[in-house]
Ligand binder design. Structure first.
Ligand code: AMP
Length: 283
């Protein structure tokens, strides 16, 4: 983790060629001593350390929901660069005003800024003794994927997929509790199958009573900005899927519905059903 954090910073500032960084990363796995959480069958996996996974997918697909559930199950941090950006926005730091303009239009922030935020987050994690990670929202460009590839080995990339009309509805229904930070969704998605697209039902994910009066909507979850974010995803981030597909690391996952249908199926394809049973038994 320490090496990754240092080298990401170097890559962001343009000072370290990724090939050289990659050579120096030979020792990263050795730095990360704790045992593996799980090994998806048939997927590349480094058994001597905690998982290093990436979640890809359009805005609103549920990367945060499933990445955070898996991070709790596997005991690795869920690192969402969107959350790092929002934390920075909420601060009085020098970047806040600059970021607000970019994020509120649904544009991507620069690689340099995002990698600096990620490096800082990794440093904090290192100080807390974290190892492994599930990245959500990073990498979002092929350049970011190359930088990441230059500094560490990603074991697997989960690509969550959902039809676009549902993505827009989901983003517009998204709510966050301003106090506890949990995500909810007030949209009840019930679309018929048509033109080769599957029917989808997703029940709303409503907040408990104590969160109800504290619900806020993300400034970038308006219809205009969501459509812009989807366009940017298709232009800038979809090529990242191809980048990992070529490496044989991409696991495509079509969400069959809401959490009750999707979570067990995701655990099944990740070969993690036993892991959840163990965790439930220990709870
Ligand atoms: P998200 O919560 O993942 O939808 O991210 C919210 C916003 O943060 C995005 O629309 C971007 O403006 C910014 N952002 C998050 N991750 C990245 C990234 N890897 N590269 C560039 N911008 C990012």
């Amino acid at each position: 983790m320490a090496a990754m954090q240092r080298l990401l910073r170097a890559a962001a500032s343009g000072g370290a060629a990724t090939a050289a960084a990659r050579r120096r990363m030979g020792s990263l796995a050795a730095e990360q001593a704790p045992p593996a959480a799980a090994a998806p069958k048939g997927l590349p996996f480094a058994a001597e350390r905690n998982v290093q996974w990436v979640f890809l997918g359009c805005p609103g697909v549920g990367k945060g929901t499933y990445a955070s559930r898996l991070s709790r199950l596997l005991g690795v941090p869920h690192i969402a660069t969107g959350n790092l950006v929002r934390d920075e926005l909420a601060s009085t730091g020098p970047l806040a005003a600059q970021l607000a303009e970019i994020v509120n239009q649904g544009k991507l922030v620069s690689d340099e800024i995002i990698i600096n935020l990620l490096s800082k987050r990794l440093k904090k994690g290192e100080d807390r003794g974290e190892s492994g990670f599930i990245l959500d929202g990073f990498p979002r460009t092929v350049k970011q994927a190359e930088i990441l590839d230059g500094v560490t080995d990603i074991d697997m990339v989960v690509n969550l997929k959902l039809r676009e009309d549902v993505l827009v509805e989901k983003c517009l229904g998204r709510r966050i509790c301003s106090q506890c930070g949990k995500n909810f969704n007030v949209a009840c998605i019930d679309v018929k199958g048509e033109n080769g697209l599957p029917a989808i039902y997703m029940a709303p994910l409503l907040p408990p009573n104590n969160c109800m009066s504290k619900m806020i909507t993300r400034a970038d979850d308006t219809e205009e900005v969501v459509r812009n974010r989807l366009r940017i995803y298709n232009d800038m981030s979809q090529p990242v899927e191809g980048f990992y597909r070529e490496q044989g690391k991409l696991l495509e996952f079509d969400l069959p519905g809401g959490i009750p249908e999707s979570w067990p199926k995701l655990l099944h394809v990740l070969n993690l059903e036993d892991q959840e049973e163990l965790k439930l038994a220990a709870a």
